[in-house]
Design a protein around this ligand. Structure first.
Ligand code: ADE
Ligand code: ZN
Length: 326
């Protein structure tokens, strides 16, 4: 009991958090009311987000995001999500942010959103000691042309705060290689690369993200477990997985935490890390993730210390920032 308490309170590194997906339903309802937009259809009677499966989740996600209109709205969300992360002991976090939702891919508009978000993040760092960095996120089911606009926004704002390009969205649409132009543009701008793969598609999707896009981390990647040659490729190339166990179980990728492959991947030697993905959508928090893994896989404090070391080593920020957080 005492050890579980200590585990829940460990300082945590989170590498995979969708900015809009971290918006609590009450926050979105409040904005909808202010702006007189009716999105009541996306909520259950108890106030939680209502969706049937992952693909419906993506629709509800976009409907919820539609009430986030101004840079100020995004700044308010930034403060709210960092308060929640700090309550969970998160000391360093990387968040996926889409220019598609922040000015529609226009670079000038994107800079304004980014400026407002950074101000909120800097204030949270001063007040709560939590550090945030941004990963620009092309959305796969919006297609390669919109991805290029997102990547251009990323390249134009690459630096100490925008640290990477990371594709999200429906991995059943198109191929990883359709987005190679965007990933090349980001790499040339000095950005680090990650892509969602192996959440819904099998091991070959994970291989394609590595071989066709040159990513050094994978969002999820857990279905690599279906082909040990792909697992060994991840080990050999030192690719880190951004694993979101609670998200996977809630969406039915795996039936339970006990059956989740995170422990098998870790034992074999893959660099695994732990994140929440979209916490209010999947009814999870970083404390819940840690407690669930401690119970399901008998992970002790030492294992979590290793997980956080792996996460910090794979973080996209500069070395000085990394050394300051743990
Ligand atoms: N966007 C938000 N959450 C996502 C997930 N788990 N997979 C793909 N795209 C997402
Ligand atoms: Zn994700």
């Amino acid at each position: 009991e005492d050890e579980l308490h200590r585990i829940a309170n460990l300082p945590k590194i989170e590498l995979h958090l969708h900015f809009e997906g971290a918006a609590p339903p009450a926050f979105i309802r409040g904005l909808a009311k202010e702006k007189k937009v009716d999105i009541s259809g996306i909520f259950n009677e108890d106030g939680s987000y209502a969706y049937r499966d992952f693909w419906h989740f993506l629709e509800v996600y976009e409907a919820a995001t539609s009430v986030l209109k101004t840079p100020e709205d995004f700044a308010r969300l930034c403060t709210a999500l960092l308060e929640e992360s700090a309550r969970n002991g998160v000391v360093y976090c990387e968040t996926f942010l889409s220019p598609d939702f922040c000015g529609g891919g226009d670079v000038t508009a994107w800079r304004e959103y980014l400026h407002a978000i950074r101000e909120a993040a800097d204030a949270a760092e001063r007040d709560m000691g939590i550090t945030l960095r941004g990963i620009v996120t092309p959305i796969r089911h919006f297609g390669p042309e919109k991805a290029k606009r997102a990547a251009r926004c990323a390249a134009e704002t690459a630096g100490d705060w925008i640290v990477g390009l990371g594709m999200g969205g429906d991995e059943k649409q198109g191929r990883q290689r359709d987005f190679a132009y965007s990933f090349d543009m980001a790499r040339e701008a000095g950005l680090r690369l990650t892509s969602h793969a192996g959440e819904w598609q099998g091991p070959s999707e994970v291989r394609e993200a590595v071989e066709d896009l040159g990513v050094e981390r994978i969002g999820h990647g857990v279905r690599a477990i279906g082909d040990l040659a792909v697992v060994d490729m991840l080990i050999e190339r030192e690719i880190t997985l951004e694993v979101c166990p609670g998200s996977n179980v809630f969406l039915g990728v795996f039936p339970s935490l006990k059956e989740h492959p995170i422990e098998r991947l870790r034992e074999r030697g893959v660099g695994v890390t732990v994140s929440t993905d979209d916490p209010p959508f999947f009814h999870t928090t970083m404390k819940d993730e840690y407690l669930g893994l401690a119970k399901a896989h008998r992970w002790d404090e030492e294992v979590f210390a290793m997980i956080n070391r792996t996460a910090l080593d794979a973080a996209f920020c500069d070395a000085a920032t990394r050394e300051a957080v743990l």
